[in-house]
Design a protein around this ligand. Structure first.
Ligand SMILES: Nc1nc2c(c(=O)[nH]1)N[C@H]1C(S)=C(S)[C@@H](COP(=O)(O)O)O[C@H]1N2
Ligand SMILES: [Mo]
Length: 417
């Protein structure tokens, strides 16, 4: 054992993350943490609400087709039929959800950095209350990272978790938000006081051995804000056609779709979906419509004999991107319902020619079928639908998430689902 006067003792103690002096940034303190916390309080609340709206927009209760989340129970509640007005509703709510989520990443990382010494405080629990608080912080930090990571992977990498992103992000959101509400209730009053006071009081966040500052607190905040702004301007363009080229971070690398009438974003191409030209040809393709009075089979030529209508509607994907209004022309969904015996339109299950993939079927609610702007589109922007946009026929519904606008439609079953 070393004697008290041994040279080993006169050297500074080895600093581990568990000793407060290990954390030397003079920026850490209640003011910075509180400013970042208040930004996240507002931002994450908006993320949660727009996320809930996105869930409601899928018509989750209609049938196990749209929402396959197992055992969702009470968490799968929804309060209203997703409206069809204004027609850009989902474009707005989901554009905000994804763009704001991406914009908040630097703020989230800065907030976690600002409190990281707390992760290492010893003893791990001073009391039962302290232990509970630390467990709730684990759920909070874990939940935040989980939701941001699954969200970003989903919009960037096109469903790396095959078919399972949706329940993961859904359950994760509830766990995270429960911890977030508890944390906000406990900390917001103090955070507001800290921000007003400007100067840091004594706090376990303040380093006992601060290094010389290399940037001011405001400078650090400016860096975080600048990072957020950069993400904002490289993401927001995915929701506005004229800015599409600035959407460097948009999914699909912001690839420019073809020009011409079909020259707007394509989610899954016909080739990707395994749609063959021989099954969409005039001779082969029939639309099968099933309802109260039986089954009707229509060729594209026969569909074109029905009254055609136009509507200007966008495509707005859950991934956050959207198109401006496109000019669609086709047969009203409610006219197809009437063909098989429904003057009062019911729900409908729409099935695609596509044999595999998550989005080959979708259910629409009666209010969506009834809207006169809801079409089985045969044309877009004055020309036949292109193969990638769903030729011979695709659904387009106002205010609905893109995923409900089934392409390469083969079968429509009307009736209460
Ligand atoms: N059959 C089928 N329909 C589909 C899809 C699909 O993969 N298969 N993708 C959906 C999704 S998620 C979106 S956002 C829109 C995109 O339509 P677009 O490619 O014409 O822009 O189509 C929807 N319809
Ligand atoms: Mo989508």
């Amino acid at each position: 054992m070393a004697r008290p006067d041994s040279p080993a003792r006169s050297r500074p103690l080895p600093r581990t993350p568990f000793s407060p002096a290990f954390w030397r940034s003079p920026l850490r303190g209640p003011w910075l943490t509180s400013v970042l916390g208040l930004v996240l309080l507002g931002g994450i609340t908006v993320l949660f609400l727009t996320g809930l709206l996105s869930y409601a927009a899928y018509n989750p209760d209609l049938s196990p087709v749209n929402d396959k989340t197992p055992d969702k129970g009470l968490l799968g509640f929804y309060l209203f039929s997703w409206p069809t007005d204004p027609h850009w509703l989902y474009r707005l709510t989901q554009g905000v959800h994804v763009t704001l989520g991406i914009t908040l990443i630097p703020v989230l990382l800065a907030k976690l950095w600002s409190v990281v010494p707390k992760l290492f405080t010893l003893p791990p629990a001073r009391s039962l209350a302290h232990a509970l608080e630390r467990v709730s912080l684990l759920l909070l930090v874990g939940g935040a990272l989980f939701e941001f990571v699954t969200g970003v992977l989903n919009v960037q990498l096109d469903y790396v978790f095959p078919g399972s992103f949706y329940p993961l992000h859904f359950y994760g959101a509830w766990v995270f938000f429960a911890a977030f509400v508890a944390h906000a209730a406990l900390k917001t009053p103090a955070a507001v006081r800290n921000v007003r006071q400007l100067r840091d009081e004594r706090s376990e966040l303040v380093s006992p051995a601060p290094a010389a500052p290399t940037v001011s607190r405001r400078g650090a905040l400016g860096l975080v804000g600048g990072g957020s702004l950069l993400l904002l301007v490289t993401t927001a363009g995915q929701s506005f056609d004229p800015l599409r080229r600035t959407a460097l971070l948009a999914p699909h690398g912001g690839a420019e779709p073809a020009t011409g009438p079909g020259g707007f974003q394509i989610n899954k191409t016909a080739a990707y979906a395994g749609i063959r030209a021989d099954e969409t040809s005039g001779e082969a393709w029939r639309l099968v419509v099933v309802g109260r009075t039986g089954t009707v089979r229509l060729s594209r030529a026969e569909l074109l004999q029905l009254p055609l209508h136009s509507s200007s509607l966008p495509i707005a994907c859950v991934e956050g991107w959207s198109t401006s209004d496109q000019w669609w022309r086709g047969v009203r969904l409610r006219d197809l319902a009437a063909l098989v015996g429904y003057d009062d339109p019911p729900d409908v299950l729409v099935e695609s020619l596509q044999r595999h993939g998550a989005f080959r079927r979708a259910a629409l609610r009666a209010n969506q079928v009834a809207d006169p702007r809801s079409l089985l589109a045969l044309y877009v922007n004055g020309e036949d639908l292109t193969p990638d946009h769903g030729h011979p026929a695709r659904v387009i519904v106002p205010a609905a998430p893109g995923v409900l606008n089934t392409k390469w439609v083969a079968r429509m079953t009307f009736g209460e689902l």
